[in-house]
Structure formats: structure tokens, C-alpha cells
Design a binder for this molecule. Structure first.
Ligand code: ADP
Ligand code: MG
Length: 396
């Protein structure tokens, strides 16, 4: 796939979609348009550390009380028991029955129903097609989108969001899709930028720039943004994915036990999409600016058992931000105007503008008996975020 990089310097006016108000910013950068005879897609990409407004989060100043009904949907994904868990004689404590999740060992059984439940044999590709693809295509059309993976450590968040070579996750699938959509949209020119950050102990660190530590979240009439965060213009899926790989190297984790420590921070991969009509072929005069946030949340396990001070502190920050996230999502899905506590955590403050667009919370769970109570907590979180129906009364 190849794109022509077209130098550009103009004032951009955004359209109001997904609860956003019109906004404007000035950029000087390269643009992506599908091209028949190609220039090398690897050609040196422009890099920007956008000065006046690194993240063009769009919102109306009154967003605190603005709600978009049904904008966040909740999905649960089971992972299978791992070979080790099977060897250790783990049993199935929770299982999926259609879009309902049932606890095996209780009588009468406890069950929860959700928008959609994915069983342990479901591929990430299917999860993407059903739960993420429309959010990505919406973002390409100017509607902000956010996808979260929530769950305890080892439940499958990173498998779902990042995946690996054999089973690519939602982030690589979304990036590929975004470039395919550009190819299929000859009447618009696109500019894609990525940023990648980590929130560790309520501190925002730039994963694309090791010097970008403890960054401030600022707010202006157009919304919240991270001051000084690096945004890179990307010209190919491979380029975007190489930035993530480089960013992983800068995560706030030790070299040992990466999985455990990486679960102590939230990471947010943001694709900022700008598009303008091109040539004479366009009927749609709108200029769009939107963001797609793909988030691998910190492990949601209870921190009560933590012994060291640092671990307890991390746990307290994680608990608070996840609790706030649950409250914000449930208030958004209530669909009526009320105070939404975006400011109670860095995570929700940062996402304030995007959450008024389309959102998907993917709660990952393991069926294993040793995690039965933590799984129950995740199911309650998902249920609180958005309940369809309570099927039994014992689930409080
Ligand atoms: P988390 O990020 O929530 O801590 P991981 O995504 O690292 O958890 O998953 C833990 C382990 O389980 C990994 O080895 C991963 O490959 C495996 N795993 C997770 N989800 C699935 C799944 N749906 N299917 C198969 N293996 C999975
Ligand atoms: Mg992980």
C-alpha cells in the first residue's frame, strides 16, 4: 500500500459529529491520499510535536452535562483455560450461554446478560468485526471512538488489544482497516497521526518520547489535551505498528515479570484522523477531525492483598481511575443530563471529549475457578457500566 504525501498548510474546520462541536486548528503536515502509481510508502514520515494543540480533542465547553445515549456498549470476552491451568486442575467457574454469563457452582445460579458475550473459542478477528470495526469506520468519518479492554491481569486484555503475529489484536486490525478505508475513499484526502501514552500512578508519560514524562492535561474551549505530547504522522500500517513497538520499550515496567508490571498502568494509543474533500469529485464538503482511542487498561484486580507500599499505592490509583471510568460510562449510558465526574481521574479527563462519540468496553474474563471472585468483580463492573438485565438476585 502506498500513499502520496502532499504538503499542506491550511486552517482546518471540523464538522460536528458524535456530540462534538465544531472546532478548528492549524496544521502544517503531510496528507495521505490513495495513489495508483506509488511513491514508496516507507518514505520518511513527517513527525510533529504539535505546538498549539497536540491533541485536538473536540468538545463543547458544556460537555460535563452532555450525554449521548447508548454511546458506550459493553462486551465480555472469555479466554480459554490455559494449558497450565488445566494441568493444575482448574475448573470452569463461569461460562457463556449465548450473551449471558452463568456461574457454574452456585445454586440457584448467578447470571448476567450483556450486549454481546464472546466465548473462549472466538477469534480476535471476530471480536474486531462485531465490536470494533464500526467504531473504526465511524472515526474515519469524523466520529470520535474509544475502545477499552478491562479485566484482571492475565484475563486477555493485551491479547485482545495488541495480540501477536498469529492473532493480531484490535489495534493492528484497526490500523490496517484505517489504511484500507483510505484506499477505498478516493474522494477524500486523509492525514493520520498517532500518539501513544501511559498513565502510571496518575502520571501521564509519552511512550513515543522518553523525555515526555509527567505531562500535563490542559483544557481550552475545544477540550482537553496532553501538553507537549509527540504525535507522529503515519504513512503505512507498518509504520504505525513500529511506533507502538518502540513505545513499549519506554513503558514504566521492569525487565522482569513484564506481564505483571505492565498491568499496573493504562496505555492509550490514539489515532487522530483528519480528512478533507479532494479534487472535484467530492460532493461532501465537510472537513473532519476525529480521534480513535484504543486502550489497554491496568489490571483491575483488588489491591487489598498487596504487601509493599508501592504496590498498594499503584493499586489505589488504579482502583480510583477504574471506578471513575465505570461511573462515567454508566452516567453516559443513562442517557440523561447529570454531572459526569470526568475530572476525578486522568484517564477520564483525557478521554472526556472522545467518550461523547462511540465507545466499546470489552471486559475480558477467565473461566478459571481460582479467579472466580475477580471474574465476578469484572462482571459486576461491566454490569454497572451498562446493564441489560439482572437474571438473578444474588449478584450484588
Ligand atoms: P492481560 O493483558 O489481561 O494481563 P494477556 O492478554 O497477557 O492478559 O493474556 C494472558 C495469557 O492468556 C496470554 O498468554 C495470552 O496469549 C492468553 N490469552 C488471553 N486471551 C486469550 C484468548 N482469547 N485466546 C487464547 N489465549 C488467550
Ligand atoms: Mg496486559
Amino acid at each position: 500500500m502506498a500513499y502520496r504525501a502532499v504538503p499542506r498548510q491550511k486552517r482546518v474546520v471540523t464538522t460536528a459529529k458524535g456530540g462534538n462541536s465544531p472546532s478548528s486548528s492549524t496544521t502544517s503536515s503531510s496528507r495521505l491520499v490513495p495513489e495508483v502509481a506509488s511513491v514508496d510508502g516507507q518514505s520518511s514520515p513527517a513527525s510533529s510535536s504539535a505546538k498549539s494543540k497536540p491533541h485536538s480533542y473536540l468538545e463543547s465547553p458544556a460537555l460535563d452535562t452532555e450525554v449521548a445515549k447508548e454511546n458506550v456498549t459493553v462486551t465480555v470476552r472469555f479466554r480459554p483455560l490455559s494449558p497450565r491451568e488445566i494441568r493444575q486442575g482448574e475448573e470452569i467457574a463461569w461460562y457463556a450461554d449465548g450473551d449471558t454469563i452463568v456461574r457454574s457452582e452456585n445454586n440457584p445460579s448467578v447470571a448476567y446478560a450483556y450486549d454481546r458475550v464472546f466465548g473462549p473459542t472466538t477469534t480476535t478477528r471476530l471480536v474486531y468485526d462485531v465490536a470494533a470495526q464500526h467504531i473504526v469506520s465511524g472515526a474515519m468519518e469524523g466520529v470520535n471512538g474509544t475502545i477499552f479492554a478491562y479485566g484482571v491481569t492475565s484475563s486477555g486484555k493485551t491479547h485482545t488489544m495488541h495480540g501477536d503475529q498469529r492473532s493480531p489484536g484490535i489495534i493492528p486490525l484497526a490500523v490496517k482497516d484505517a489504511f484500507s478505508i483510505i484506499q477505498e475513499t478516493p474522494n477524500r484526502e486523509f492525514l493520520l497521526r498517532v500518539s501513544y501514552l501511559e498513565i502510571y500512578n496518575e502520571v501521564v508519560n509519552d511512550l513515543l518520547n522518553p523525555a515526555g514524562q509527567n505531562l500535563r492535561i490542559r483544557e481550552d474551549l475545544q477540550g482537553t489535551f496532553v501538553e507537549g505530547i509527540k504525535e507522529e504522522v503515519v504513512l503505512s500500517p507498518a509504520h504505525a505498528l513500529s511506533l507502538i513497538a518502540a513505545g513499549e520499550e519506554h513503558r514504566h515496567v521492569g525487565s522482569t515479570n513484564f506481564n505483571l508490571l505492565s498491568s499496573r498502568s493504562h496505555t492509550i494509543f490514539t489515532l487522530t484522523i483528519e480528512s478533507t474533500p479532494c479534487g472535484e469529485c467530492s460532493e461532501d464538503e465537510a472537513v473532519n477531525l476525529s480521534q480513535l482511542n484504543l486502550i489497554d487498561l491496568a489490571g483491575s484486580e483488588s489491591s487489598r492483598a498487596e504487601t509493599t507500599g508501592l504496590r498498594r499505592k499503584e493499586g489505589a490509583y488504579i482502583n480510583k481511575s477504574l471506578l471513575t471510568l465505570g461511573t462515567v460510562i454508566s452516567k453516559l449510558t443513562e442517557g440523561r443530563a447529570s454531572h459526569i465526574p470526568y475530572r476525578d481521574s486522568k484517564l477520564t479527563r483525557l478521554l472526556q471529549s472522545s467518550l461523547s462519540g462511540q465507545g466499546r468496553l470489552i471486559c475480558t474474563v477467565t473461566p478459571s475457578s481460582s479467579n472466580a471472585e475477580e471474574t465476578h468483580n469484572t462482571l459486576k463492573f461491566a454490569h454497572r457500566a451498562k446493564c441489560i438485565e439482572i437474571l438473578a438476585s444474588q449478584n450484588k
